[in-house]
Design a protein around this ligand. Structure first.
Ligand code: NAP
Ligand code: MN
Length: 267
C-alpha cells in the first residue's frame, strides 16, 4: 500500500534525534508526509536507534504488519538495516522496489492465573519465565500436551529464530537462521543433582507444537519477560507458549546477509 505517509520513531539519543531531523527534511523534500509515531495508513515505518529501540517500537505499535526499516544508530543492529549515511541510497532502492521483505515470526505466551484470568504476551526475540534471583523455581514442562520434565533452576527462555542471537545466545543457546520458523527452549541455570534433573542444553521445537509450563508452587512470584518487558505474577497457574500468528515485515536490501551480521558481531 503506497500512501505517501511515513511514520518515524526514534530512541531519543542525541545521535538519533540528529538523524531523525535530517531524515525528516529529506523525506518531506521528496513529497512524503512524515508523522511522528504510528499512523494506520503509513506505507512504511522507520525506526532510528539500535535493536532495543526496534523492539520497543514494535511493541508500542502492537506488532503491526506495516513494513518497517531500521536506521542503525546503535551498536551492530540485527534488526537495523541501514546506516544513516546510506539513507539516500535506501530511499532510491525503496522507491524502485529494490528490496525484499523478511518475515519474522513471534512467540506468544498465554498466562492463566488461579482466578481464571488470561493474559497474552508476545515476543519478537523471546519470552522468558523466571523466579526472583534469590530462589529457584520448579516448572512442570510439557510438549504437545505430553509431560517432558520438571525443570528446576532460574527459569526457561523460549527464543524465536531472530531472537536467538540475543539473550538466548548469552545463555549458551544456538544461533538459528531466521528462515527457520522454530522455537528454541533454553534453560537458565538448570539444577542437576540427585534431587533435581533438567535438560542442560536447548531444545528446538517446530512451530506447531505448544510448550506447557506449570509452576509447581503457586505461592512464589513468577516473572514473564517478553523482549525486556517484565510482568510479575503471584498466582500463576500455567503458561502456554507457542508461535504466534503475528509477523514483523522487515525491509531488507540486496546485500543483507544474516550470517555476515553474525560473523561481524560475534567473531
Ligand atoms: P539491553 O539490555 O539494553 O540490550 C541487550 C543487548 O541485546 C543490546 O546490545 C541489544 O542491541 C542486543 N539485542 C537485542 N535484540 C537482539 C537480537 N535479536 N540479536 C542480537 N542482539 C540483540 O536491552 P534492549 O536493548 O532493550 O533489548 C532487549 C533484549 O535484551 C531482550 O529481548 C533480550 O534478548 C536481551 N537481554 C539480554 C541479556 C543477556 O544477554 N544477558 C539479558 C537481558 C536481556 P542494541 O545495543 O542495538 O540495542
Ligand atoms: Mn539497548
Amino acid at each position: 500500500m503506497k500512501t505517501g505517509i511515513i511514520s518515524l520513531f526514534t530512541n531519543e539519543t542525541e545521535r538519533s534525534t540528529g538523524v531523525e531531523n535530517e531524515l525528516k527534511k529529506k523525506l518531506t523534500a521528496r513529497g512524503y508526509e512524515v508523522v511522528e509515531g504510528f499512523h494506520e495508513d503509513a506505507e512504511l515505518l522507520i525506526c532510528i536507534g539500535g535493536d532495543g529501540a526496534f523492539l520497543r517500537t514494535m511493541h508500542r505499535c502492537g506488532i503491526p504488519e506495516t513494513p518497517i526499516v531500521g536506521i542503525n544508530t546503535g551498536h551492530l543492529g540485527f534488526f537495523q538495516e541501514v546506516w544513516p549515511e546510506d539513507f539516500d541510497v535506501f530511499l532510491e532502492d525503496y522507491e524502485l522496489g529494490n528490496y525484499t521483505i523478511q518475515k519474522l515470526g513471534t512467540v506468544m505466551g498465554i498466562a492463566t492465573t488461579a482466578d481464571g484470568k488470561k493474559d497474552t504476551h508476545i515476543g519478537l526475540n523471546e519470552l522468558a519465565v523466571t523466579g526472583s534471583k534469590s530462589y529457584s523455581i520448579h516448572l512442570d514442562l510439557s510438549i504437545g500436551g505430553k509431560p517432558i520434565e520438571k525443570f528446576s533452576g532460574d527459569g526457561i527462555l523460549v527464543a524465536t529464530s531472530a531472537g536467538s542471537t540475543a539473550y538466548n545466545y548469552s545463555l549458551g543457546g544456538s544461533i538459528v537462521d531466521p528462515r527457520l520458523n522454530a522455537l528454541q527452549v533454553t534453560p537458565l541455570a538448570p539444577m542437576n543433582t540427585t534431587a533435581f534433573r533438567s535438560f542442560t542444553s536447548s531444545i528446538m521445537l517446530p512451530s506447531d507444537l505448544t510448550l506447557g509450563i506449570v509452576p509447581e508452587e503457586s505461592d512464589k512470584v513468577i516473572y514473564i519477560h517478553n523482549d525486556g518487558i517484565e510482568t510479575a505474577y503471584s498466582n500463576l497457574k500455567e503458561i502456554e507458549v507457542r508461535t504466534s500468528e503475528k509477523c514483523v515485515n522487515l525491509i531488507r536490501f540486496s546485500d543483507y546477509d544474516f550470517w555476515s551480521k553474525v560473523k561481524d558481531k560475534f567473531l
